[in-house]
Design a binder for this molecule. Structure first.
Ligand code: NAD
Ligand code: TDX
Length: 328
């Protein structure tokens, strides 16, 4: 059986990945359990995995765990743009230095690496074009978060070209689904409405994101692990573009509220206008077909999950909203 090391496996996308990966691989999760990591996300597979509570900044620990693996899937990151605007330092430590540690260990032991990244590394598209990011789009990150993810992508490419490590990269559009932290737009809005608070939309709400279900993202990662070309990058995106205003109105409607029962608040500095990917390479070369091709029904399922899992998010909701309030 394939021995898989999953960094950040107690976070949103990593935990969803691990829940499926245990069917075909022996999985070790390395996770620092920051505010964003939660052991409960792995409860259903607790007996099937080895869980290591540790930091990818710890080069010796990374070395030991990579040495005993065939493949590393690297999800661990500081992932929230708003946090990076408040304090970029942990983003440099985890996203840049942590990735460097992974790369050095992978190089030493000739272990296959898949690096998880984001379409935010490409900056923003304008609202009045149909253009989309491709694998060839120039990097142009706007936030400290996306700049550190861009840095990590560059490191992976350099280690691939200079040292010949067996690596692939994927840059995915915005994810949604179960276990997403309540700081992010969709779970923040859902849990606000469920607790009687009006959602907060940054600026006019015209900014557009391409919403990809976490299961579709992880299915793409599996395809890349199986058949991806080493050294290559793959863009992942469902094609389901929605403005923040549309997403907000849909959540309110699905929860039985008036579609305009939200507040517009101060805009995010450097707020990227639009993200959209062209995932033709992944679709044609690797046969990826997103299963969640209707965003509104995926959203309805996600709302049901949050409605049914209040104990999972109630405490994090309080601390997250207190953190947002301190910043505004
Ligand atoms: P998340 O914040 O929910 O989870 C991150 C996980 O990494 C947490 O479990 C956290 O404890 C762990 N972690 C953080 N710092 C660590 C460290 N120093 N050492 C070990 N573990 C550490 O993030 P997510 O939304 O699941 O994102 C996972 C990956 O996918 C990230 O690399 C992110 O950039 C990328 N991505 C996310 C999205 C999205 O919409 N959420 C879209 C595209 C790409
Ligand atoms: O309360 C809010 N109100 C609001 O209008 C929040 C939390 C967000 N927004 C806006 C900002 C963005 O335009 O909604 C959009 C989505 O915001 P986030 O959920 O913070 O996501 P985004 O900044 O687009 O980044 C996400 O997708 C790419 C993930 O957090 C990243 O990890 C991923 O790389």
């Amino acid at each position: 059986m394939n021995r898989l090391l999953v960094t950040g496996g107690a976070g949103f996308i990593g935990a969803n990945f691990v829940q499926n990966a245990v069917r075909t691989s022996r999985v070790t999760v390395l996770d620092a359990l920051t505010y964003a990591g939660d052991r409960r996300n792995l409860e259903t597979v607790a007996d099937d995995i080895e869980f290591v509570h540790g930091d990818i900044g710890d080069a010796e620990l990374v070395d030991r765990l990579v040495k005993q693996s065939d493949t590393v899937v690297h999800f661990a990151a500081e992932s929230h743009v708003d946090n990076s605007l408040g304090d970029p330092a942990p983003f440099i430590r985890t996203n840049v230095v942590g990735t460097f540690n992974i790369l050095e260990a992978v190089r030493r032991y000739d272990v296959r690496l898949h690096h998880i990244s984001t379409d935010e590394v490409f900056g923003a598209l304008s609202l009045d074009t149909e253009s989309r990011f491709t694998e060839e789009t120039r990097y142009d990150p706007s936030s400290p978060y996306s700049a550190t993810k861009a840095s990590s992508d560059h490191l992976v490419r350099a280690w691939s070209r200079s040292y010949g490590i067996a690596a692939t990269i994927s840059n995915c559009a915005n994810n949604y689904g179960p276990y997403q932290h309540v700081e992010k737009l969709i779970p923040r809005h859902i849990t606000s409405v469920l607790t009687g608070v009006r959602p907060k939309v940054y600026g006019t709400g015209a900014n557009v994101r391409e919403w990809t279900h976490v299961d579709d993202h992880n299915a793409a990662v599996q395809l890349i692990l199986q058949n991806g070309r080493l050294g290559d990058t793959y863009l992942i995106g469902s094609g389901q573009e929605r403005s923040n205003k549309q997403v907000t109105e849909a959540i309110l409607r699905l929860l039985g509220q008036a579609a305009d029962a939200y507040d517009q608040v101060a805009d995010r500095p450097g707020h990227d206008l639009r993200y959209a990917t062209d995932s033709a390479k992944l679709r044609t070369e690797l046969g990826w077909i997103p299963q969640y091709d209707d965003f509104e029904s995926g959203l309805a399922q996600t709302i049901t999950w949050y409605r049914d899992h209040e104990p999972w998010w109630a405490a994090a909701k309080q601390t997250t909203e207190a953190r947002y309030a301190r910043r505004s």
